[in-house]
Write a protein that binds this ligand. Structure first.
Ligand code: FRU
Length: 444
């Protein structure tokens, strides 16, 4: 099949063949990032859920490997997460190679949580205890799924975060374990907004390693910020919206990430792609990997996301402009052609500023403090008189980042493959503080 079809994303992960949905088991071990994913091995539609598998040294260039965890008995393998069993809790370690342990939902009514492990750096997996429950069904039938597991250093316990379905408020269960095999419920967290694929991560505030907070988010990427003592989560109860586009879902972060980074990937869920119409051999794509930070803003503490710096290894020719006016900027862009684009602009904005940016025929406008694209509004705050926007364009997507990642909007897009132009327009006078556009090469 290969990766060179007209609409095959070139720096966003897709399965070589067939359907994918949620990222699963994201973990770093011995120089490799592992991305597992919800996969239908035989169709371009959801079903037969299996954990597909890919590895990368830089989160940009991926190599798909044989499927990792296959359906067994009468059930399929739903979403979950993986950890490096650094202290050999499971007791199955071979030599110096740390065991990878993957917790997943076994999808056969009533659902339960089970475990698989790998002693060969993820190349093959065995079911723990023949795939029997590590957490038995808690009484919510199919509405208990997507276990997030991680090591809590302060209490030296393994923690599991599990969403369970009930009438409002929704519920998250927290469990502790010493050995990854037996789990004990330690608290419940009830909120209206929680739904599927819960993740809980600890992040420094404003880059200060001595001031960390915990962020709980769900599949639709709403989140709350608070404190977690290994058993209980307490928050300020402010619910934030984490993405302003229609296509960011079921995200998770790499466990055991090096460099103190917390990197997230989401499934770009949605049918607003050319994949099915154009009969591509695959269906659905992942977002670009993004580093997460908590920053103090006038509106409180907020999550910022920014494409991983490794993306820059794909840069080819580009244009960089210092302070100029809109007419000069658009003239300088007139000969530039690119299919894969990393575009950044900072411009001076006042109440009546209007700006139009055309990236390969996709029209993005700025007015009244927001970026408008595909009938969605993304807040674009003016800081010191300047609005900042970054846009990544692949063959079937646009990802928008305003104010250095304070607001992010993720979109699938149906882009004319022939259109490779970039243009800026405004009916009024706009001063461009800086502009940078790069053509990217394919990661495949
Ligand atoms: C989220 C989800 C998960 C489930 C998986 C099944 O998209 O519904 O809750 O584990 O997909 O593919």
């Amino acid at each position: 099949v290969g990766y060179d079809q007209t609409y095959r994303p070139q720096f966003h992960f897709t399965s070589l063949k067939h359907w994918l949905n949620d990222p699963n088991g994201m973990v770093f071990l011995d120089g490799e990032y592992h991305l597992f994913f919800q996969h239908n091995p035989v169709l371009n539609a959801w079903g037969n859920m299996t954990w597909g598998h890919a590895v990368s040294k830089d989160m940009v260039h991926w190599k798909q490997l044989p499927h990792a965890i296959l359906p067994y008995g009468e059930g399929t393998i739903f979403s979950g997460t993986a950890v490096v069993d650094h202290n050999n809790s499971l007791g199955v370690q071979q030599g110096d190679t740390k065991t990878l342990a993957a917790a997943f939902t076994f999808a056969r009514h009533p659902f339960y949580q089970a475990l698989a492990y790998s002693t060969d750096r993820g190349r093959t997996f065995q079911l723990w205890n023949d795939g029997k429950p590590i957490v038995a069904n808690q009484g919510y039938d199919a509405g208990e799924r997507d276990p997030k597991i991680f090591w809590h250093e302060a209490t030296k316990k393994w923690v599991m975060v599990l969403w369970v379905k009930q009438a409002k408020p929704g519920r998250v269960l927290f469990f502790n374990s010493d050995d990854l095999k037996t789990w004990k419920e330690v608290s419940q967290f009830d909120r209206d907004w929680v739904f599927e694929c819960m993740d809980l991560v600890q992040l420094p505030v404003d880059g200060d390693p001595n001031n960390k907070k915990w962020v709980l988010y769900d599949a639709s990427f709403e989140y709350e910020v608070g404190e977690f003592d290994g058993k209980e989560l307490t928050t300020d109860k402010v619910v934030h919206r984490g993405d302003y586009g229609p296509n960011f879902y079921a995200a998770q972060t790499f466990n055991n990430s090096p460099d103190n980074r917390t990197v997230i990937i989401g499934w770009m869920r949605g049918e607003n792609t050319p994949f099915r119409r154009a009969d591509m051999p695959f269906h659905q794509q992942m977002s670009v990997p993004q580093t997460m930070q908590l920053r103090t803003t006038p509106g409180g503490m907020e999550l910022f996301r920014w494409p991983v710096v490794e993306i820059e290894s794909l840069y080819e020719e580009g244009i960089k402009l210092a302070k100029t006016d809109i007419t000069t900027a658009s003239e300088k862009l007139s000969d530039f052609r690119a299919e894969l684009i990393d575009f950044s602009v900072a411009f001076e904005a006042s109440a009546d500023t209007e700006l139009r940016i055309d990236l390969r025929g996709q029209t993005i406008t700025y007015s009244e403090g927001a970026i408008h694209y595909q009938n969605h509004q993304v807040p674009a705050p003016t800081v010191d008189g300047v609005v900042k926007l970054r846009v990544l364009v692949d063959r079937a997507s646009l990802e928008l980042f305003t104010n250095e990642g304070q607001y992010v909007a993720t979109f699938n897009a149906d882009i004319d493959p022939q259109n490779t132009t970039v243009a800026l327009k405004s009916s009024g006078k706009v001063t461009v503080r800086s502009l940078e556009v790069h053509r990217l090469k394919s990661s495949w």
